[in-house]
Structure formats: structure tokens, C-alpha cells
Design a protein around this ligand. Sequence first.
Ligand SMILES: [Zn+2]
Length: 166
Amino acid sequence: MCPVGEVIGVERLKEAMGDWLGKLAPWDVFSTWTFSRPVTLNGAMYWGRRHIQWLEKTAGQPIYAFVGAERGDRGGLLHLHGLVGNVGHLKPYCGTRQEPGTWGLKCCMLHAWPAGIARVLPYDPARGAAYYVGRYISKRLAEWELFGFPAVPQNPLDFGKNGGIN
Ligand SMILES: [Zn+2]
């Protein structure tokens, strides 16, 4: 009915989601996980869950995560966005460029994503989750899930210093 109002609504929703996520837990990385072939929403979330399990196994300790699915512009291709905590000791990116179409490796969190191209950025608490949500999530998420909550952060004292929960 009112497209402008709708856009503002989504922006407000994203802002609120970013603020909420920023206060929810101390995060280590922000990831974008894409798919090399079309998947359903259920399929995308399945791969997300599977990857969180792999990350947890690799981390050697309980981790926690937020995973949201978003539809792309062209053809509605789905991709995932994730915030993950308790993986601060794992490498986000190994620094090596891989051949196109190479994924599911063990060198780093970026190349470990098994279903397509990924991007893994170290989380900057000074910027907060709202920055990542605002910059990398272009519209409303189709679906999202939390894993490993209530979170037990590795370094809860660090989080207090950054202005989070005490
Ligand atoms: Zn790598």
C-alpha cells in the first residue's frame, strides 16, 4: 500500500535486530554463506546447521550462533548470514586464494563452508552487530535460528569491557 513506509519498516526492523544481536552475546565472526546451486529455505538452514556442528567440532568446545537466511535479488537465490561465538581461536581466512569452485577445506572458516562461496569477517565489537546487519543484510531475513543458547562465552570479561552485558 505504501512502499516508502515498507522500506522504513524493514530498516527499523534491521536496526532493532542489529541492536538485539549486539547485546545477545560477544561474537567472533560475521559470515556470509552462499550456495553454488539453488536450495530451498529448509535446505539452506539444514546446511547452516550442519556447518555450525562442524565448526563446533573443530572449535573443540561449545559454540553459539545466529544464522539467518536471505533471498537474493536475482532469481531469489538464498544465502545465509551468520554470527558465531567461541570460535575466536579459529582462523577466519587463511590468506590463500583457492581455485574457483573449491570449498569444504579445513584451512580456515572461509574455505570450510561446503556449499559455495563464503565470506568470513572478524567481528568488531566497537562497530557492533548493527553495523554488519545494516551493511550486509539487504532486506528482511526469510528465517533465522539461534544455536547454543544460553551462550557461555569463552571470555565473558572481555564482553563486559566492550559495553555488553555485565
Ligand atoms: Zn582457507
